[in-house]
Design a protein around this ligand. Structure first.
Ligand code: 0RA
Length: 642
């Protein structure tokens, strides 16, 4: 029953119900192993709390009942998430005898089962429920405006501090959740504005017409996201620096058997495909049935149109899936009532019915578009035909290479292999330059460290067509040394070294080569990155000698700190290392290659949207964004799993 006065906890019922036990057990489980519910207790985990609460509002928006979400980070570290939805119901929940609000806020996964929610996400890292956020907050308050009243309930570490109480009147409806993450659980309460803003921007794209405002009162920053065009605006945004084949994105949307299917696509003149898929606002980075349905429809409709319009002649073979996806930017956004996610990271949609639903909606919509836009249709088909011809040329080039025996399993002559045969214990250094390669060969532990020296600059693979790329000797040497093949024939189980380490100079050329290598791996061996096999070696920038001791220094900041510490003693002699070649083999081993003391950066793909944008930026001419990438996406790791 909703009370008018807030009782102290002592005044509450003294009988211990089954539900109380369930609540306390649940809270304890979450607080004891937070990582199980939100992934981690670092900044990522912290952001997760905000997203979790925001997702509940988005859910209300997906149900068509909410148009505005407002997120505010306050000076004191509390976060407020407000929406103008129907308000969480406060009436008594039959089964438990407690208010619905309290049930949602205290019982794990109650939200999903609880009536009225239409698109509750049931998988992925999101959708763990508000109760998890509550359990991990030292303090949390929910204000609900509903049926003309303002209701409130407060909690500490997830435990209600009183019943749901009507504390005033309300002229509209909505829910406001305010929480303070528990400082004894999280490393710190340091929210990052840009990271969260990126998430909200994406959510605004995925929910056409929803306005998401984000305010950070600690640094007085504010952004509001609202996209009338939804994912069509998203496609435009992703393609903003590209040369377009047709000026406006193609947009298809239809509700089919209670699945809401929405697709936007636009071709550009690049060689790469960028398909981003979402199910109930979860970024399904591993695709799934919605992507399969989309691909099938795209290939079928474009081939049908090309035949019918005689752009494809009778004796031409069909356009392949790869042909029709070259230079394609597409967003697939489905919303369904009971999404099933599979895979270790729950980022692959597996509902079988969705394939035919997407296939039918896209088939119909795209066909109609082509009929109504013959000029755009012709340009798109011509782009696909060019892709087909290039692919045919590449195939011939590959055959030639295979006949010459270059792409067989004969290891490249320049490779200094290790004696270890177990890939999980082997590592391969890709080293810039023959002289550094020489030092690395002498300095390494040949039992498990292999060296492949690379000469000169690796060509810019994003702009190079397939046949040119495969004709490039350094690239071929890398492919053969790794043993996995590339693209569609990539096979991770054949990887010959579980650590592939890029070792370049700490100068501009070095960073360029590193960027080119990263681009190559991203485009043609993405799984290598996703599975954490790609690393960047960290050679020192300086050697500092003082008082008969020597110190290796890896960053400017470290140098400053060290010099400050040494200032008391003798004067220090600072030597700057420009290139790996300047170090003796012993020094190279000691500073950069010895597993017990080296530092390496693990290359990770935070998410495909960002990576696509960043790799594009990397290939541009601005230097600043390049730097920002390396810093934002390389995580420092010491003594990786050795
Ligand atoms: C259950 C049922 C209804 C709304 C909600 C939950 C709801 C939950 C959240 C969480 C954040 N904001 C929210 N807004 C609504 C529907 C109740 C009805 O039929 O009026």
């Amino acid at each position: 029953m909703v009370q008018q006065d807030s009782p102290s906890p002592q005044q509450q019922e003294n009988s211990y119900t089954a539900q109380d036990i369930q609540v306390l057990d649940g809270l304890e489980a979450v607080r004891r192993r937070p990582g199980m519910y939100i992934g981690s207790t670092d900044q990522r985990g912290l952001h997760h709390l905000v997203c979790e609460i925001a997702y509940n509002c988005i859910d209300e928006a997906m149900a068509g009942c909410c148009t505005q979400v407002q997120v505010t980070i306050r000076q004191d570290g509390t976060v407020e998430v407000a929406d103008n939805g129907r308000g969480i119901p406060t009436d008594i929940h039959q089964a438990s005898g407690t208010s619905a609000l309290e049930t949602v806020m205290t019982i794990l996964h109650a939200g999903a089962k609880f009536g009225g929610r239409s698109y509750m996400v049931s998988g992925g890292l999101h959708g763990v429920g508000a109760a998890v956020v509550n359990a991990l907050s030292s303090w949390l308050r929910v204000d609900v405006k509903r049926e003309g009243r303002l209701y409130r309930q407060e909690y500490q570490k997830g435990i209600p501090q009183g019943k749901v109480t009507a504390i005033g009147k309300a002229s509209d409806t909505g829910t406001v959740t305010t929480f303070l993450a528990d400082a004894s659980i999280f490393d710190n309460l340091d929210y990052d504005f840009n990271t969260l803003a990126q998430t909200f921007r994406e959510l605004a794209y995925l929910n056409k017409g929803l306005e998401i405002s984000f305010k950070d009162e600690r640094q007085d920053q504010e952004m509001t996201f609202y996209f009338e065009g939804g994912i069509a605006s998203f496609a435009r945004h992703l393609n903003r620096d590209r040369t377009l084949i047709h000026p406006r994105p193609i947009y298809v949307s239809k509700m089919i058997n209670s699945t809401d299917v929405e697709v936007a696509l636009q071709y550009n003149d690049a060689f790469t495909e960028s398909i981003f898929s979402f199910a109930n606002c979860v970024n399904t980075v591993n695709g799934g049935t919605h992507v399969t349905g989309f691909r099938a429809a795209l290939t079928r409709v474009l081939n049908d149109y090309a035949r019918k319009s005689k752009l494809l002649k009778d004796d031409d073979s069909n356009l392949s899936g790869d042909d029709v996806r070259e230079g394609l930017t597409a967003i697939i956004n489905v919303k369904l009532t009971e999404p099933q996610f599979e895979g270790q990271t729950k980022t692959k949609l597996s509902n079988a019915e969705v394939k035919s639903q997407v296939e039918s909606v896209v088939g119909e919509g795209l066909n109609l578009y082509l009929e109504e836009h013959p000029n755009e249709a012709r340009k798109i088909i011509e782009k696909c035909l060019t892709a087909a011809r290039a692919r045919e040329a590449a195939r011939r080039a590959r055959e030639l290479i295979i006949r010459k025996g270059v792409l067989d399993t004969t290891l490249p002559g320049k490779l200094a292999d290790c004696s270890e045969k177990d890939p999980s214990r082997s590592e391969l250094y890709l080293v810039e330059g023959d002289s550094a390669g020489g030092s690395a060969k002498q300095g390494r532990d040949r039992r498990f460290q292999a060296i492949l020296p690379l000469r000169g600059k690796i060509l810019n693979v994003e702009k190079a067509p397939m046949d040119k790329m495969l004709g490039h000797e350094e690239i071929r040497a890398i492919i053969t040394a790794l043993g996995t093949g590339i693209d569609d024939s990539f096979d991770l189980s054949r990887l010959r070294y579980h650590r592939v380490i890029i070792m370049t100079d700490a100068d501009v050329d070095g960073s360029h080569i590193r960027t080119l290598l990263l681009t190559f791996f991203f485009r043609h061996m993405a799984a290598l990155i996703n599975q954490g096999h790609l690393l960047i070696a960290q050679p020192p920038l300086y050697r500092v000698r003082s008082n008969k001791r020597q110190y290796w220094v890896y960053s400017e900041k470290e140098k400053e700190g060290l010099l400050k510490r040494l200032a008391e003693g003798k004067k220090a002699e600072i030597q700057r290392y420009k290139g790996l070649g300047e170090m003796t083999p012993v020094q190279l081993w000691e500073t950069t290659m010895n597993p017990t003391s080296r530092t390496m950066l693990q290359v990770g793909i935070e998410d495909a949207v960002k990576a696509n944008r960043i790799f594009h930026t990397l290939m541009g001419h601005e230097v600043a964004p390049r730097k920002a990438f390396i810093q934002a996406h390389a995580r420092s790791v010491r003594n990786l799993d050795i």
